[in-house]
Design a protein around this ligand. Sequence first.
Ligand code: EPU
Length: 421
Amino acid sequence: MDKIIVHGGRPLSGFVKISGSKNSALPILAATLLTRDQCIIHSVPDLSDIHYMLQILSHLGAQVERASGTVTIQAENVATVAPYEIVRKMRASVCVLGPLLGRHKEARVSLPGGCVIGDRPIDLHLKGFRALNAACRVEAGDVRVFADELRGSTVDLEGRQGPTVLGTGNVLMAATLAEGITVIEGAAAEPEVVDLANFLTKMGAKIEGAGTRRITVEGVKELHGAEHCVIPDRIEAGTFLVAAALAGTVVTLRRVCADHLKAVTNTLSDAGYKMDITRDTITLHGNGSPRPVHIVTEPYPGFPTDMQAQMCALLSRAPGESTVTETVFPQRFMHVSELKRMGADIALEGATARINGVPHLSGAPVMASDLRASAALVLAGLVAEATTEVNRVYHIDRGYESIDEKLAGLGAEIQRVKQGN
Ligand code: EPU
């Protein structure tokens, strides 16, 4: 397994180009199953989660070609069963359920297990499918959904922890080919849902309200091919903003959608950072140490859970007490014990981390068990004394395109050490 070695203390400056969004690209690639026609998707990031999704699409019978950031897919004939060997590698595999159900009125996909950030049920996805007149069964570790005919209706997808991003996408995709009108109440309003809805609309779907908590879909008989460019990754952008805040002099992010990052830039501004923001660039001016802040993660447009770990790394250096409360995945704090090994002063009280800023972090061998936690450890390594060795880098490769090369381009002293698996 590869590891990343960071020698702390090098100032970051310059420009970094943000890649296409992983969490937009995954359901959009799955949505190509809704048509027999060719679809062309641009700005698809080169990430292991994307490779798994393309493997699933190929396994289902789609012709998939990839040339740098552009993926061409034609799913002329597709199977409806996605097996455990492929699906188990990535939870987002569940988002082939919606398009297969829409197009073939049946799908069988291995159930995703729990994962380190929490339980991760799919009950709300199934609630949505049932509302479309589908039956849902769990058989031998697989979830099977099927219907004689999909019929639109009204369904509320708000769960105990708020709306569901992939659940909204899944039901939206199935509803595009259902008979009549579907209304999704309690829908997720994340930019990734809007991007999916924009792609589906290009394919001929009739959708209103994406980006709000109520989405209305008027089913059509069939969808056609379309070409689409995935939105910039707001979480990768946010991660580089935190890198710049920790270790930067002046760092400019290019190809961002600044609108999608307001919760993050407002928080960084509260922490004392000056930023110059245009529609598609953000320049952050580093200033030594941040002020403490209090963060509560929430569904969009609130502060994103996917930026929580990185923010803990930043606030570890903010003199005074900060608090970070996680409401979306209340157990998502695996990074805390590893940051403490680097000298951070963090106490966990339920779903709240109380962080007392320390003047110095010290490098250590660390290991994280999830994507954003791993990124947080790399960020901490940028300012830690001596050397930080981040193990199990495959977690980072799931969601960050060449993070080591991009940070090195900004001046970080960072290397990837390749090791046999
Ligand atoms: N939930 C349910 N029932 C469901 C679905 C979700 O109770 O049927 C709960 C979850 O347990 C969680 C909350 O609802 O407490 C929100 O989960 P959501 O369904 O929105 O998460 P997701 O769609 O599976 C996506 C991203 C995650 C991101 C979350 C929240 C993708 C591929 N994944 O997951 O991204 O944290 O939305 O914004 O889009 C990441 O990129 O590191 C990542 C984990």
